[in-house]
Design a protein. Structure first.
Length: 294
């Protein structure tokens, strides 16, 4: 957040140390330690829907972290630290509710829980501001999904089920090195937890210009290419070793046609979604309005 707000190079190891120390103080303040039981209130267990449960403590928020940071800034007189405190206080105000920050919707308790057993969960952030808020929300959600969805799936290996994480408009994450690193981690490690990663993007040139991001795509064994613009086809040919025939097909194919590559095998296919599937993927506003009116 701190770096992305300004794309500043001033975020260095000392800045990260201040952030980490303040976060640690926040968790210590509410009594959360390495003991998993410290995540819950000390009161007796309660009943809910005929089952025992423990009440979880309220977690620290950006707002509470900001208050602790401001307090530490006043107490610390070391000039080597003052610049970094001042920088963090200025750029993080926009995330704090009490400061009426324009992105204060990141400041608060998590209220969403993954529905166990649901066949499909869509986390829609399409209405967020595109330049920074949406990529940041994508990164926050990916981190949360890794902890709550991917890692939990392998806690009991006998009960681990096949799951898939789909990241749409992935090109929006590429300007942020931490996000690219996270996608690489997901691509490498999720399969060990019986979870696969699917990257969806309409802009390949952004991946082409970022070698670390290229690795996310090229490490995938299965790739699906839909119709491509002539301006980008040469990038695809170079990275994915497409033949002249394959490249020619991709710049002339019709809607719904695509090229599927699995390992060294390639096949041309026609994709015809069912009516029910179209309810999830239709983006034509005129068709959506007509459907609602009908």
């Amino acid at each position: 957040m701190a770096r992305g707000s300004t794309r500043s190079l001033e975020v260095n190891e000392l800045t990260k140390q201040i952030i980490a120390e303040t976060v640690a103080e926040e968790y210590s303040r509410i009594g959360i330690t390495s003991d998993p039981n410290s995540l819950y209130e000390a009161s007796d267990s309660n009943y809910r829907r005929d089952a025992l449960y423990k009440a979880k403590k309220e977690m620290p928020t950006i707002g509470s972290w900001y208050k602790t940071l401001s307090k530490k800034a006043k107490e610390n007189t070391d000039p080597n630290y003052q610049f970094h405190y001042s920088y963090l206080i200025k750029v993080m105000r926009q995330y704090v509710r009490e400061c009426n920050g324009q992105m204060a919707y990141f400041d608060g308790q998590s209220t969403f829980e993954l529905l166990e057993g649901a066949p499909f969960i869509n986390l829609d952030i399409s209405q967020l501001e595109e330049r920074f808020a949406r990529p940041l929300a994508q990164q926050v959600l990916l981190s949360w999904i890794w902890e709550k969805y991917v890692k939990k799936n392998s806690e009991d290996r006998e009960k681990a089920t096949k799951k898939r994480v789909l990241v749409d408009e992935a090109w929006m994450l590429l300007p942020y090195p931490e996000a690219v690193e996270f996608l690489n981690k997901m691509a490498r490690r999720a399969r060990k937890r019986n979870v696969s990663l699917a990257i969806i993007s309409q802009r390949f040139q952004d991946f082409y210009e970022n070698p670390e991001a290229q690795a996310v795509l090229t490490s995938s064994d299965t790739k699906l290419f839909l119709a491509q613009d002539k301006s980008e086809i040469n990038y695809l040919k170079e990275v994915f070793k497409l033949s002249e025939g394959e490249a020619g097909f991709l710049v002339t194919c019709l809607i719904g046609e695509g090229l599927l590559k699995v390992g060294s095998d390639t096949a041309i296919l026609q994709i015809t979604p069912t009516k029910k599937e179209f309810e999830f993927v239709e983006t034509n506003l005129n068709k959506l309005v007509k459907k609602n009116e009908g």
